[in-house]
Write a protein that binds this ligand. Structure first.
Ligand code: F6R
Length: 589
């Protein structure tokens, strides 16, 4: 959701702040703002719109904070944009202050006048009220009164060169490099700006003061920390086109890097948990949830273990009785998704063994986990997850194989073929001209269905999610076997139904479902790696997929669907990197 950044640089921080802010934009892009502290006081520039909307002469100052917004409380507007100011203070905030209404009433009762509708302004007004000359003490005292989640960065006109930051649940890292000190919502935004980074733990404060950046508790007592080098691969994909196009193009590279990481990963530390787990849970949201479903399928088939797969929010709502001896696998590209983090905390507090699969080694989820599997997809900037999904699948196939090994002393037959995913992903690109032609054919469609059986049901769900997310078409998925139990009623002349058939044993049944679609005038499209399936089918269009061992096909079959959604989006004149109403990293509930 929102992105926050703070910077101190003796040469002036404006340029660095703006650069970081531009990289943070994928966390929210409905408004942006900066505040810089100089001898003249605090200057604020904030506007509705993207970071570009802030264009203007550079603001002077060595110390500054910035924000990109994804609106929660109060519509996108200049007034609701951060930073918010009160008295001698300016503040940027990511998170949700749950008791903002009560605090606002209290502060208004004391004479405070609010300029925005946001929950965040309450915090800066509170700090201004509590200030008795000690900047840190005022921020700490204000935080103690807040309920909800926050990462915030505050400037005080009395304290040049200082930024006070606090973290509860929402992500925050400190960093240094290039003669500057930083605080930021995430690591990728700092690529090229900083060299060393250290995440703040929940409840910690970060301070920039006296030319250094350090951590402390609510009393101001310093906490010793070790900074590490900014991880390689934190940079966004370069090249032409949109980020989403570049990230799809990077799938083979991302898979190769992830595979190299997996080959060097020693599973011994989690062997006991894998061998002895009484129950295995998998939790995740959105695209990562689809990866978790694919894991369930692979693990149940190969390791003969039941995997209970929940969306993170459902896991929280029902809070299944988790205990010692349970293994919880939490999957998250960002490692900062609020629901997944809460599900992971629930699992840990219940005594379960927590295993994470993330693309962010400095994330909150990675810090919480007993054992982590790192994807090496590289920074993913486009809001719609693409290359990270392929890498999640790869990591989870490796995990399913390890589960099989530790429980039954055998690896699945396909385990040695994981490397085949890299050339197959590259080969999948050769279907793109046909996929783009299909997108042009579907451009006029208001909606479409994706169907599949077995493992293809998950790929169908992911394809539909991509189309909804960036092409704004009604797109749903339906297990092919369920079509005639209701959904077929939607099929009328020209209605597109896209079927995946990557399991030979189930292909005929999938074709039968397509035949039923055709018989009702629907527009039928088939995706398969099997020539005989494609040629025998009654489909109006057929897309050939590259072949890898069948159980690995979801990691390949999804690539044309990612491209289809991207093409549909571009043909419709939308921006695939910034879909309306969405933002990457859902760090609020
Ligand atoms: C879809 C998408 C989202 C994310 C979901 C989880 O393209 O990007 O559905 O997959 O918000 O995010 P992470 O994986 O960061 O926990």
């Amino acid at each position: 959701m929102c992105g926050i950044i703070g910077c101190f640089s003796r040469e002036g921080c404006y340029e660095k702040l703006m650069e970081g802010l531009a990289r943070l934009e994928y966390r929210g892009y409905d408004s942006a703002g900066v505040a810089l502290l100089s001898e003249g006081g605090i200057a604020v520039r904030k506007r509705r719109g993207g970071v570009n909307a802030l264009a203007g002469p550079p603001l002077a100052g060595q110390t500054g904070i910035g924000h990109t917004r994804w609106a929660t409380h109060g519509r996108p507007s200049d007034a609701n944009a951060h930073p918010h100011a009160a008295g001698k203070f300016a503040l940027v905030h990511n998170g949700i202050v749950e008791n903002h209404a009560a605090l606002r009433r209290e502060l208004e009762g004391q004479g405070a006048v609010f300029a925005s509708e946001t929950d965040s302004e309450v915090v800066v007004q509170l700090i201004a009220r509590l200030y008795r000359g000690d900047f840190f003490a005022a921020v700490s005292a204000a935080c103690a009164r807040l309920q909800g989640s926050f990462a915030l960065a505050v400037l005080c006109a009395d304290r040049p060169g200082e930024i006070v930051c606090a973290r509860r649940k929402s992500p925050l890292v400190a960093a240094a490099g290039g003669g500057a000190l930083f605080v930021c919502s995430d690591v990728p935004a700092l690529a090229g700006l900083a060299e060393y980074v250290c995440p703040a733990a929940d409840g910690e404060f970060v301070r920039i003061a006296g030319g250094r950046v350090f951590f402390c508790d609510g009393e101001g007592k310093e906490i010793a920390k070790v900074f590490s080098r900014l991880p390689e691969g934190s940079r966004a994909e370069t090249g032409g086109g949109t980020f989403m196009e570049r990230e799809i193009a990077a799938v083979p590279r991302a898979l190769a890097d992830t595979l190299a990481g997996l080959r060097g990963l020693d599973f011994a530390p989690c062997a006991r948990a894998l061998r002895a787990a009484k129950r295995v849970f998998a939790v995740a949201c959105g695209t990562a949830y689809h990866a978790a479903l694919a894991f369930k399928d692979a693990a149940e088939r190969e390791a003969d273990v039941t995997v209970l797969c929940h969306t993170s929010s459902a896991f929280r709502d029902r809070a299944p009785r988790i205990g010692q001896g349970d293994l919880v696998v939490a999957v998250s590209q960002s490692g900062e998704t609020a629901d997944t983090l809460e599900a992971a905390r629930l699992a840990k507090s219940g005594g379960a063994y927590l295993l994470s699969v993330t693309n962010a080694p400095h994330s909150s989820l990675a810090a919480l986990a007993d054992f982590g599997i790192a994807m090496r997809a590289g920074a993913e900037v486009a809001v719609a997850a693409t290359k990270s999904y392929n890498c999640q699948l790869l990591c989870l196939y490796a995990l399913a194989a390890q589960l099989a090994f530790f429980r039954h002393a055998r690896f699945p037959a396909w385990y040695r073929s994981l490397g085949a995913l890299v050339p197959a992903a590259r080969e999948a690109f050769s279907a793109f001209p046909a996929v783009q032609a299909l997108a042009a054919r579907l451009a006029g469609a208001k909606g479409m269905y994706f169907i599949g059986r077995g493992q293809d049901a998950v790929t169908a769900a992911e394809g539909a999610l991509k189309v909804r997310e960036i092409a704004y078409r009604f797109a749903e998925s339906c297990p092919a076997g369920e079509l005639k139990h209701g959904t077929l009623a939607l099929v009328e002349e020209g209605f597109p139904v896209l079927a995946l058939a990557t399991e030979r044993a189930l292909a005929q049944k999938c074709e039968n479902a397509l035949a039923e679609v055709k018989a009702r005038g629907g527009y039928a499209v088939l995706f398969s790696q099997y020539e005989e399936v494609l040629s025998a089918s009654c489909a109006d269009a057929a897309i050939r997929l590259p072949a890898v061992p069948e159980p690995l096909m979801p990691a390949v079959a999804v690539i044309p669907l990612q491209e289809l959604a991207c093409s549909l989006c571009l043909l419709s004149g939308y921006d695939p990197d910034r879909p309306r109403n969405l933002a990457k990293s859902v760090t609020v509930e």
